[in-house]
Design a protein around this ligand. Structure first.
Ligand SMILES: C[S@@+](CC[C@H](N)C(=O)[O-])C[C@H]1O[C@@H](n2cnc3c(N)ncnc32)[C@H](O)[C@@H]1O
Length: 202
């Protein structure tokens, strides 16, 4: 049996354009008065231009590996900070909204997904919002399915020298994960081109 070692950082067949979910939700959240936000699992910063356009302050969080790879790409501005996750867990900043865009589905351990959701919930101010965008149902990775091996509750995909993890969510699984872990209320939702998009309110 193949020993599978997942490398979450390799999970991006890299997209250049900001995600639809970020544009859609940012307009809504700006109208709700949101000013300070964070993106957990920000990757190569494709969503940053939209976040900076709609909000006053932005914090970005990545793994230590990605932090080291991308820190030079982050513009030096006094309303923008970039943290490796282990530093983010030590600070106590609070946000009016936290974005998780194409993020939760690359985390192989359910325990870690719950820890990320709980931490984010704690970091939201009362009435704050959590924006989640994940691939929908089983269709998203069909093109690569022949390369995928069942792994935990999703799939391992050989991508370059390492394996990455993907889970395709059904709406009821995602909603139950977030609701049971955080107790937040679903505020708005959208389906867009094989993505499940949700805004929850604390
Ligand atoms: C598929 S990418 C999406 C990146 C970005 N949100 C986007 O929309 O382009 C998922 C990102 O989550 C990051 N990631 C995985 N586990 C993480 C963790 N525990 N803390 C912070 N980032 C993490 C990965 O390194 C990767 O860059």
């Amino acid at each position: 049996m193949t020993k599978i070692k997942i490398k979450v950082e390799n999970s991006v067949p890299s997209q250049q354009k900001s995600a639809f979910s970020v544009k859609w939700s940012s307009k809504i959240l700006q109208k709700e008065g949101v000013r300070n936000v964070a993106e957990y699992g920000c990757g190569r910063l494709r969503n940053l231009p939209v976040l900076l356009k709609y909000f006053d302050t932005v914090d970005l969080i990545e793994t230590t590996n990605q932090y080291d790879r991308f820190k030079e790409l982050v513009p030096k501005r006094n309303n923008l900070r970039f943290f490796p996750e282990k530093e983010f867990l030590k600070i106590n900043s609070k946000y009016e909204a936290i974005f998780m865009i194409s993020f939760l589905h690359v985390i192989p351990e359910n325990k870690k997904r719950k820890q990320i959701l709980k931490t984010s919930f704690e970091r939201l101010k009362p009435g704050g919002y959590l924006v989640v965008d994940v691939p929908q149902s089983e269709t998203y990775y069909n093109r690569r399915k022949h390369l995928m091996i069942p792994h935990k509750d999703g799939w391992a995909l050989k991508w370059g020298p390492a394996y990455t993890f993907y889970k395709s969510y059904y709406a009821k699984d995602l909603d139950s994960l977030v609701e049971k872990t955080t107790g937040m209320t679903l505020f708005q939702k959208a389906d867009y081109s094989k993505h499940l998009i949700r805004i929850w309110k604390k």
